[in-house]
Ligand binder design. Sequence first.
Ligand code: SAM
Length: 305
Amino acid sequence: MNREGLVQDDHVSRDRDRTTTLHTLLHDSTARLAAAGLATPRLDAEVLLRHVLGIDRARLFLRLPEPAGEGVGEALDVLVGRRLAGEPVAYLTGTREVMGLPFHVDPDVLVPRPETELLVEWALEWLKPRERATVVDIGTGSGAIAIGLAALARADLALTIIATDISAAALSTARRNALQHDPLVRSRLSFVQGSLLQPIAGPVDLVLANLPYLTPAQIAENPDLDAEPSLALDGGGDGLDLVRLLIADLPRTLVAGGAARCAAGFELDPSQTDAVADLLRVTLPGARVRTIHDLAGLPRHIVAY
Ligand SMILES: C[S@@+](CC[C@H](N)C(=O)[O-])C[C@H]1O[C@@H](n2cnc3c(N)ncnc32)[C@H](O)[C@@H]1O
């Protein structure tokens, strides 16, 4: 395009920002996302518009009848285009809230899912009667589990949390997230690179893991996952390659003294929970094994304690 064309385009987009209301931008973006068959077009459009404007939900609603302002329509169009190309909203805004805590997310880490909150909730309950505990979070990604626990556990609990990941890039995102918290939370956390429990000498009271558990076929048939790192998704043949290896190493790392003193919890695909429960019964004889269902009523976590 020649310079004249660019100048004209610039005028057109400035005029649009002067005359178009935020309400119209929200409506048009929602329609574009809906036409592409996205599951939550209105929510996605609203979050992206709030991100462009840097305002919260209540303020957006107050400002909806106002003209968009310079550059807003253009910036929103770019983000909607990237969303249509498959990028998750959380990568576009760079943030996702989990357990009421803000996490920076980028394409080096899985976008934390709401069901992971339930595993953290269970761990907080398990920790309740204790005065001190050492916990490991295997495959920490953004740090959602480790940092969630560190931030939400009672202040008088002497808590040591070791968060591991095989990915150095993921660990640097997790460290960045930890830095947003106060000194007590930060002092509870350390980050170690390595595979599964290999960097952990033990003894550990509680092992938590949301490891990659999808099969290659599940990943291939879900284009929504294309933007997330395959290192965070691919669990090999039946999805349980890493979970099996981790469970086999639990007796080495969990504290001695029987099931009353230690525990392990896994996030899984609903189709895998029975197999993992059986595996834990064999590997940790005497442990109680329980299934936690997610908000959709699906078996999502297996805990042994
Ligand atoms: C499903 S993501 C979970 C991230 C985070 N825990 C959460 O719940 O949002 C799995 C994480 O495991 C890591 N990972 C993959 N293979 C691993 C291995 N062998 N040892 C340790 N971490 C691994 C990936 O890099 C990824 O960050």
